[in-house]
Each structure stands twice: as structure tokens, then as C-alpha cells.
Design a protein around this ligand. Structure first.
Ligand code: XIL
Length: 384
């Protein structure tokens, strides 16, 4: 009798401990597990910032401690006409971030894409002079960075300045100003907010030629006495690219120049492309074909589990390099709102993010939390 009472008591005690632990794990968000390591962020759309997607915002509050605007801080939206700035959405984004104590990055000041039509030309549609474009760049940067001084903590100053072979992209910035457009942009951004962190951001940086060009750029900016805090690796990845060893090498190569590394736009597509392409250039697009949209009703189990494995592998790399990685940001919250459903082919069903179309955490979220907890038990680190 006495023995069976003791056994019942022990079972009760054990199951209540187990239950408390399970509930605690369920409650733990990504940001709690990754707190000692790096910021974990997400990109917010205009609708989300306007509060039209409450389920998405609940996910942000639980899982993320950093945000970046997916579109509303690009120059075509901020300065659609010369001298006429539109700040409503960007202001809402910053207010949301402040209310929720989120680390905010601005994206992006100088880019060849999503620019307003007037930016590079005069009234007759001819390219403006070098001096005029520099003055326009300075005014845009001073106005935008100045407005959010002290509130936006870091800026993607220049986005996507290199081709895959490491040569300069022949953008209007490059054609009109020359290579100098990059140091000038960093100089102006620093002038506008001396305390803001400044980043160079690009895709395809696991590729050695492009990686080396960016290493050289960082060294040259530093040699000119300019501030650069981190290289942002976008991370629009696929199931067979990039080679994860090369990704790891790129993290090491950037860190060796003395800057931090950020993964800034992470997503992992399972969809095929018509030709082999590792680009994330937003102007790339292919025509829709049914065969290129193979999973409209859900992912087959084998693909789903390969996807989970690859995500986890990427996060394990990030965790291994937590001393130099200061932020990992997903390019969106759920599969319902990822740009991948429409790029590089419109109207497909993709599954690249950590939360499904009903905003439920995918199994990989628990796996990442587990991996972080295990690693942090072994060796802690405070994020910088
Ligand atoms: C994308 C947005 O997600 C889309 O909504 C928009 O239509 C095009 O731009 N690299 C970048 C991001 O730096 O700004 C891009 O965002 C994706 C590729």
C-alpha cells in the first residue's frame, strides 16, 4: 500500500515536471532561444505594418526581436517625385518597432532597383551629370537617415552593387558616378546619423568571385576611414544552392576583414527554375508553366523533410559563427506572404519561410530552438 502510494506520487511528480517543461518549450519563441547568439528578424510588408494582418504580428511579437521593411523604405516609395517624400508607411513601421522594442534596420538607401523614374534623368530624359546625381543621392540619404536618426539602428546603405563575376554592376549609379558611388553613400549615411550601423548588402556572396569583390570593397572603405559595420548576405537560397561550405567560407572571409556578418533576407525555395539560376535580381522573371508549380496543394513529405534538414543545417552554421553573426533576418513571416510566390515566376505556391500559411510554426522552428539551446548550454556568448 505504502509502496504503491510512493510510486503514484513519483509518477505524478515526474509527469508534472515533464508537462511544465513541455509548456515552457511551447512558450519559448525563436528570439528567446537565440537571445545569446544574434538578433532574429523578419521583413514586414506595408499591410502588416498597417495592422491588417494581426496573426502575422502575433508571430512577430512572439518570435522575432528585429524587423526590416520589405518595401516601404525603398527610394521609389520614399521619394516618388523629386523633393516630395512620402513617409507614412515608413513612420508606421518605425512606430511599430518602437512599441514592440524591436531592433530596426532600414532597407535600402542606394540600389539599382525600385528607384523612382526621375532619379537618374533630367527633364528631357537625359542622364544627369555626376555632380547632380551625387547631390540627389546626398539629399535622399540625409533626409531619410536624418528623419530616423537614433531610431533605425542600422542601414543597408548600398544594395547589390556587384555582378556574379565580381565586376561592378553597370547600374545608373555606377555609370554616372563611377565606383565612388559606394564610398560616397557610406560617407553621407554616416554624416546623417553618426551612431547608425552601416551595411553593404548583396546576394550570391557564397560565390568566390563576388565574395572577393565584397572583401576588397570592405577593405577599401576601411582604408578610406569610412564606417562599415557589417556585410549583409541576403540568403535567398534554394535546395541545391548555395553550397553550404562556400556559404560558411564567405562568413569567415567577411569576418576576417573585421566587420560583422548578417544574414539579411533568408528564405529557402523548393520550387524549380527553368534554367539554373542563383540570382536574386528582382528583374529576373520567367513565364508561368504548370510544371514549374509542382506543389500547389502542399509539400510531399520527402521534400518537406529535406527542406527542414537544410534549414536546420543553415542555422547550425549561423550558430557556429555566432561570434561574428549579429543578425539573421527572414524575408517575411509566413508562406502566405512571401515574395517567392511571385518571383521569379508569378502565381506559384512556395514554402520558403518558417511559418506556414496558417501562421503555425513549422517543425523546423522547434529544431532551431533545440539546436540553439544545446549550443548555448555548452558555451554562452552575449550578442554585440
Ligand atoms: C523584394 C520584395 O520582397 C518584393 O515585394 C518586391 O516586389 C521586390 O523586392 N533583394 C532585396 C529585396 O534586397 O529588397 C527584394 O525584395 C528581394 C531581393
Amino acid at each position: 500500500m505504502k509502496n504503491s502510494l510512493i510510486i503514484t506520487f513519483a509518477i505524478l511528480l515526474f509527469s508534472s515536471c515533464f508537462l511544465t517543461k513541455t509548456i515552457a518549450q511551447k512558450k519559448e519563441g525563436l528570439k528567446d532561444a537565440l537571445k545569446p547568439d544574434f538578433f532574429i528578424g523578419t521583413a514586414l510588408s506595408v499591410n502588416q505594418v498597417a495592422g491588417k494582418d494581426p496573426r502575422a504580428l502575433a508571430v512577430v511579437r512572439k518570435h522575432f526581436d528585429a524587423i526590416v521593411p520589405e518595401n516601404c523604405m525603398k527610394s521609389m516609395f520614399l521619394q516618388p517625385e523629386q523633393g516630395h517624400f512620402f513617409f507614412d508607411d515608413a513612420d508606421r513601421f518605425v512606430a511599430f518597432g518602437e512599441r514592440n522594442h524591436l531592433w530596426m534596420t532600414g532597407h535600402c538607401l542606394v540600389w539599382h532597383s525600385q528607384t523612382p523614374a526621375w532619379l537618374f534623368v533630367d527633364k528631357n530624359g537625359k542622364d544627369v551629370s555626376r555632380d547632380t546625381l551625387i547631390a540627389r543621392m546626398r539629399n535622399h540619404i540625409m533626409t531619410v537617415v536624418g528623419r530616423y536618426k537614433g531610431r533605425i539602428k542600422g542601414w543597408d546603405v548600398v544594395n547589390e552593387a556587384f555582378n556574379d563575376d565580381g565586376t561592378y554592376r553597370k547600374s545608373k549609379w555606377y555609370e554616372i558616378i563611377g565606383e565612388d558611388f559606394i564610398p560616397l553613400a557610406f560617407k553621407f549615411a554616416h554624416e546623417a546619423d553618426p551612431n547608425a550601423q552601416l551595411y553593404y548588402n548583396d546576394y550570391g556572396l557564397a560565390n568566390a568571385a563576388k565574395r572577393n569583390a565584397v572583401v576588397k570593397l570592405v577593405q577599401s572603405l576601411k582604408a578610406q576611414g569610412l564606417r562599415i559595420d557589417a556585410v549583409g548576405e541576403q540568403g535567398h537560397n534554394g535546395m541545391n544552392y548555395p553550397d553550404l561550405r562556400e556559404l560558411e567560407k564567405s562568413i569567415e572571409a567577411f569576418a576576417a576583414t573585421g566587420v560583422k556578418v548578417m544574414i539579411t533576407e533568408l528564405d529557402l525555395t523548393v520550387l524549380p527554375t527553368p534554367t539554373h539560376t542563383e540570382t536574386a535580381d528582382v528583374s529576373t522573371n520567367f513565364e508561368y508553366q504548370k510544371s514549374l508549380n509542382p506543389y500547389p496543394d502542399g509539400l510531399p513529405e520527402a521534400i518537406d523533410s529535406a527542406w527542414t534538414q537544410r534549414y536546420l543545417e543553415m542555422f547550425k552554421i549561423f550558430l557556429r559563427h555566432k561570434d561574428v553573426i549579429s543578425r539573421v533576418t527572414l524575408w517575411g513571416i509566413s508562406d502566405a506572404d512571401t515574395w517567392r510566390n511571385d518571383w521569379p515566376i508569378k502565381g506559384r505556391t512556395d514554402y520558403p519561410l518558417l511559418f506556414d500559411r496558417q501562421y503555425n510554426a513549422k517543425p523546423v522552428v522547434a529544431e532551431i530552438i533545440k539546436a540553439a539551446n544545446e549550443m548555448n548550454k555548452k558555451n554562452g556568448k552575449n550578442k554585440s
